[in-house]
Design a protein. Structure first.
Length: 325
């Protein structure tokens, strides 16, 4: 009977764990939907900035802005690594760190600087002795564009001062709740060609489970105008626009906002990817708990049947012995 009690105790333990994982999946799904909505609302804003810059930047300041100047050789690189603050999301943070280590090892010049966003990335680089320039954590619950502008200002300062010649960001791009793509791309120096591509990029957020009300079943992602369709006004065409205070000041401010929006987008993409990965991990854990409960229940029933059979045999043997006696 002790064996039966152990099995029953384990079934109760696994059932309690299953209730926790199911609740965590529901919480992750709710937070995923909220961050997905924020990401969808941000994209028209950042794409609008890119469209304005693509139209007016070439004829205003060209490639003379400090954020647009490409250095002849990269002596020092800054890597922005965006990870999560918590675990229980499968191999999400490990995959980001794997890409970050690859970019770190492939960096030209000396040891690159690292700016970490998220506790997991900071802990990993601190263990390995990386040169951490700055660290941000516990910002995801109250993340805002103001926070992204603060990070962008730190990055802009070290780039303009010449401490670094290139800035890359490593994060997880959100595609769907079950698909995330680890991405790394350069954010500085800014390039007019990339800005024009950003102005024409596709909105590729796919609806997850329960999103049919927002996007409709089988809804296709919206596509902005292609980069080749963005017309750059000539000097004569610019006469019809009134800029306050002037077009150079406007483009300078838009460049800083564009940099901040790209960093903000990467953070939101990573947050949505983290909740998607956590939702998937908790769903798998819940399914595994169900399978384990079924296995333990079958084992319990077999052990119980064996015990009952043994007791019946003992009673029958005792009865036969008394009869013979």
């Amino acid at each position: 009977m002790a064996n039966l009690r152990d099995i029953k105790r384990r079934i109760r333990s696994v059932t309690g764990t299953q209730q926790i994982t199911r609740a965590m999946k529901m919480v992750a799904a709710a937070k995923l939907r909220r961050n997905q909505d924020r990401l969808i609302r941000l994209r028209p804003f950042s794409d609008g900035i890119a469209t304005l810059l693509a139209r007016f930047l070439p004829n205003s300041i060209g490639d003379e802005h400090p954020l647009l100047v490409s250095r002849e050789s990269v002596r020092k690189r800054l890597i922005i690594v965006v990870t999560g603050d918590k675990g229980l999301c499968g191999a999400f943070n490990q995959n980001i760190m794997k890409r970050a280590h690859y970019v770190f090892a492939d960096s030209p010049g000396g040891t690159p600087l690292v700016l970490t966003i998220g506790r997991k990335g900071h802990m990993a680089f601190r263990r390995e002795g990386g040169e951490i320039m700055r660290h941000y954590e516990d910002i995801y619950d109250k993340i805002s564009f103001t926070t992204a502008r603060t990070i962008a200002q730190d990055v802009e300062d070290v780039f303009v001062s010449g401490d670094v010649d290139e800035v890359l960001v490593v994060y997880s791009h959100f595609v769907s709740p079950i698909e995330q793509r680890i991405t790394s791309f350069p954010v500085l120096p800014l390039k007019i060609e990339h800005i024009r591509e950003s102005a024409g990029r596709e909105e590729d957020i796919r609806p997850g489970a329960g999103d049919a009300g927002a996007s409709g079943t089988g809804a296709k992602p919206r596509r902005n105008r292609a980069a080749r369709d963005i017309e750059i006004p000539s000097e004569d065409e610019r006469e019809v626009y009134l800029f306050e205070p002037d077009i150079v000041s406007l483009c300078n401010d838009l460049l800083s906002r564009y940099l901040a929006s790209e960093i903000f987008r990467a953070i939101l993409e990573n947050v949505a990817s983290e909740f998607g990965a956590r939702m998937t991990a908790m769903e798998n854990a819940t399914d595994n708990a169900s399978d384990l409960i079924d296995t333990l229940t079958l084992k319990y029933n077999r052990a119980r049947q064996t015990s009952i059979t043994r007791e019946i045999l003992e009673v029958s043997s005792g009865a036969e012995a008394m009869k013979d006696g």
